[in-house]
Design a protein around this ligand. Sequence first.
Ligand code: ATP
Ligand code: MG
Length: 439
Amino acid sequence: MANYLKRPNGTEDVTPKNIHKWLTVEKVVRETAECFGFSEIRVPTFETTELFHLSVGETTDVVQKEMYSVTAKETVYTLRPEGTAGTIRAMLQNGMLAEALPQKVFYVLSCFRHERPQAGRLREFHQFGIEMAGSASPYADADVIMVAKQILDTLGLKNIQLHINSIGCPKCRAKYFDALRAYFADSVDTLCETCQGRMQRNPMRILDCKSPVCKEIASGAPKILDYLCEECTEHFAVFRSALDTLQVSYVVDPTIVRGLDYYTKTVFEFITTDIGAQGTVCAGGRYDGLIEQLGGQSVPALGFGMGLERLILTMEHQGCEFLQPSSCELYIAPMEDAARPEAMRLANLLRKNGSRVEYDLANRTFKAQMKYADKLGAEYLLVLGSNELETKQAKLKNMKTGEQLPISLGDDFEDAYTAIVFSDMFGDSPIGESLIPKN
Ligand code: ATP
Ligand code: MG
């Protein structure tokens, strides 16, 4: 196959056969976010590269190895590798942080990272994410986690464990970094090259390295929880008690340090063991320093990103139900050429009312049309021939039961319209509600 006929490595097509899975997940994430008071925001697919350097951080895998950047007329742009940086940039640029706080937004967007493609790890992937700016309360940490938890529950997912940790603030981290540097000093030559560079600038990044050698060395490293200042300790305790009140189970996991630099205090991941090594379906935390670091006021903030490919993989693996796509409600079969304009006219009348109606566009024989209507999953079939058009009488065939319902077509299809639109035959199908629950 010619190269231009192949999609780029690490990207996916979603064909109509699978789109209902995405529509199910997108519907649930949107509705859940709205229940918690988050509004949708849409931001550009690319931002200046500098924005990601300043926010995601110079010592992260994302910035060091994974960004897709292009230079256009001397400005360097990068396809967004995540959603937080662009969202915070948009909040600042649109003056949202001067309004009543906290500001709460969500997004569904594509992200781009140059990684080695494998199951659950793509070069173009999709995230649902939320960001809350303007609350320092540990209850906000719990609230953000509840958005993710309610989504996972609504989708019917099981056995997804919540891992939490606190990575403190710059105050506690200074002492912790010293302890880490002392710990890694003996084995610095064995660490991967990237981690050697991280020793001075951000030794905590070593804990997040994917190399098995670094992982092994890091397994005995000092734990940040032992270095938290009083304020961070108190924040973590109240956050945990909020989760207890909500009866959310979790494990405290000191290995969660998150891949991005902007996190402070609470960090968390929802992890499944069902889809292999790439088991983190949702990851997030607090980033109290980010907004100020980008040149705004000091506004505490937090959020998460949920990988939608991993979410759908897990749903498939667990046999979760997806909403079923709607199919054709009525297929109109013209018996001969003279009936085609009439079939078209009636179809368009009914579509205006929101019914899902199709008619023959392929010059099929009558027999072939029957087969095609069946393939479409049409609920009803209406045959239009010269006889029907003359007598203004036709039969609606229920494709499931085979039952034939006589209807009058009336002048200008008035009667047919009334019979079909005002019967309960098709149920409601207003635009936007085109997904009907399975069975
Ligand atoms: P990982 O450790 O798996 O590389 P990360 O720390 O780089 O993840 P984040 O930047 O926190 O991930 O992104 C949030 C979520 O987005 C992840 O938990 C995951 O569900 C999803 N995600 C991240 N990278 C990819 C990718 N390359 N392909 C598919 N999903 C991804
Ligand atoms: Mg990664």
